[in-house]
Design a protein around this ligand. Structure first.
Ligand SMILES: [Zn+2]
Length: 85
């Protein structure tokens, strides 16, 4: 008998956040993404192992990203978001 197991990360776009990029300084929108890593058995995701919130710069020349805490993500979402692309 053998087991096929592993980790799989799925990204969920939460919305656009109106704040300036910390790297390029563009005052456009930052894309807020929740990345959930789940333990999977036989390619079926079962148990969430890790969740992190990442801000991606939508400037194609920059592409910077930074990880923020769940509390910061909640505050940004409460401040208002646009629709995800
Ligand atoms: Zn940027």
């Amino acid at each position: 008998m053998f087991l096929i197991f592993g980790l799989r990360t799925k990204a969920h776009r939460l919305g656009l956040v109106p704040m300036a990029c910390r790297v390029c300084g563009q005052s456009g929108s930052m894309l807020l993404v929740r990345e959930v890593t789940k333990f999977s058995l036989f390619f079926v995701p079962l148990i969430p192992v890790r969740t992190k919130h990442v801000l991606y710069c939508t400037n194609p020349l920059c592409g910077a990203h930074s990880t923020i805490s769940a509390g910061e993500a909640r505050q940004l979402l409460a401040a208002g978001t646009g629709s995800p692309r």
